[in-house]
Design a protein around this ligand. Structure first.
Ligand SMILES: C[S@@+](CC[C@H](N)C(=O)[O-])C[C@H]1O[C@@H](n2cnc3c(N)ncnc32)[C@H](O)[C@@H]1O
Length: 386
């Protein structure tokens, strides 16, 4: 399919979020293939990258920062790369378009409700950021208003006015961040409206997603990524499967109908709560979730002498801990399917596993992040017979 390229983003230079702006999409894909080929050259030849048919407006998670201008207006945008200077941005080529509209509505409402915008230098003011998550298939939206204090004047009327313009907003949170920090979210959440999470559908399952839980940011590619990962595991219905770094339980849940039993492990308490709710909501009975550090969990499993047939692992950018890899080797699953958003740490971990009787069978790059230099990769490994 021929992709209709848009004109270059006018904020590209200052925003810095999209390193591949101005490069035709086909060329971006080639660059990413080259990067994976180079980083994983010791483990085999990658398949062609799985690109998008339409690489625009894919981000389901959008963040914006507000700033009071000297003119009395409120600007909204992102911080310039590596700084805290705000680049005013009205529309973004990779973000969900409805979310960008909600961000503009909040700007307008903040002005009419006379909400003070937080000033990073003086520490004075209330509204700092907004974070929006959108369920692609359900259309539900979760809005997090990040404020310096829990006291938000006329909050009910504010939410009412927001929902009047955007009825698809089904959950609104206040997140309190009263620290001088570059972290967006604080620790405390107050539900202002709705059930406190949104739902989305992936591969025929409904998932609930709370504000602090990890959820892949490109839902179109996520379905393709998960389907591919599960195909590579080649499950026959009899396996004991581990979904390590499971987030809200997506991979494990989708794999569960092809396996005997699935165990999910995840560090984030909120995500584990979502995962348990997701299993219940989808009527999946052969899956259990544990809140733990994946490394510690695996060490304990190996010490108990448990066995696993297949391990899916999807760690954060930093990759896996050595304790985790060591225990995987001890548990000796027949297959490992490693999903990573950072081929550099993936290469490091593959080096370890290939010294422990594992052999790479497939390398499949997936473009989850068009216009950025980032690339996702699935690698399947099999344990060598004697
Ligand atoms: C890249 S995400 C993958 C989540 C999930 N597999 C998915 O596709 O949505 C990595 C997850 O690992 C979790 N995590 C980070 N460090 C961890 C650790 N030490 N042990 C267990 N989980 C961890 C994060 O909270 C996050 O949910």
């Amino acid at each position: 399919m021929k992709i209709e390229e848009k004109a270059k983003c006018p904020y590209e230079k200052k925003c810095g979020g999209c390193k591949y702006q101005g490069i035709p999409y086909e060329k971006q894909l080639k660059e990413k293939e080259k990067k994976v080929r180079k980083l994983l050259k010791d483990f085999g030849k990658p398949e062609p990258i799985m690109g998008m048919d339409d690489p625009y407006y894919y981000r389901n998670k959008v963040h914006a920062t507000y700033k009071h201008m000297r003119t009395g207006d409120i600007a909204v945008g992102r911080y310039e790369e590596g700084s805290h200077r705000l680049v005013p941005i009205d529309v973004c080529q990779i973000e969900n378009q409805k979310a960008d509209e909600v961000i503009q509505t909040i700007r307008k409402l903040a002005k009419s409700f006379k909400i003070k915008i937080y000033n990073e230098d003086s520490g004075y003011g209330l509204l700092r950021h907004v974070l929006i998550r959108t369920g692609r298939k359900t259309g539900e939206m979760l809005v997090v208003l990040v404020t310096a204090s829990p006291v938000f004047p006329s909050k009910n009327n504010f939410v009412k006015a927001l929902r009047k313009e955007h009825p698809e907003v089904t959950s609104v949170f206040l997140n309190i961040n009263d620290k001088k920090t570059s972290m967006i979210l604080g620790e405390r959440n107050i539900v202002l409206y709705g059930k406190g999470y949104i739902q989305d559908e992936l591969c025929g399952y409904i998932f609930r997603i709370s504000p602090h839980s990890f959820y892949q940011i490109n839902p179109v590619q996520t379905e393709r990524l998960y389907k591919k990962a599960i195909r590579l595991a080649d499950l026959k219905g009899k396996e004991r499967v581990l979904d390590a770094y499971c987030g809200i339980g997506t991979i494990g849940m989708i794999a569960s109908k092809h396996a005997k039993e699935v165990i999910g492990v995840e560090l984030n308490r909120e995500a584990v709560k979502d995962a348990i709710g997701n299993a219940k909501g989808n009527g999946v009975k052969n899956i259990r979730f544990y809140q733990a550090d994946a490394g510690e969990f695996m060490v304990a499993m190996a010490e108990r002498g448990e066995s696993m047939d297949v391990v899916f692992m999807d760690p954060p950018r930093a990759g896996s801990a050595e304790a985790f890899l060591q225990s995987v080797a001890r548990l000796a699953p027949k297959k490992i399917v490693y999903i990573s958003c950072n081929p550099e740490t993936m290469a490091r971990d593959l080096k370890y596993l290939t010294k422990k009787k594992y052999e790479v069978s497939k390398i499949c790059p997936v473009d989850m992040f068009p216009f950025t230099e980032h690339v996702e990769c699935i690698v399947s490994m099999v344990r060598k017979e004697k």
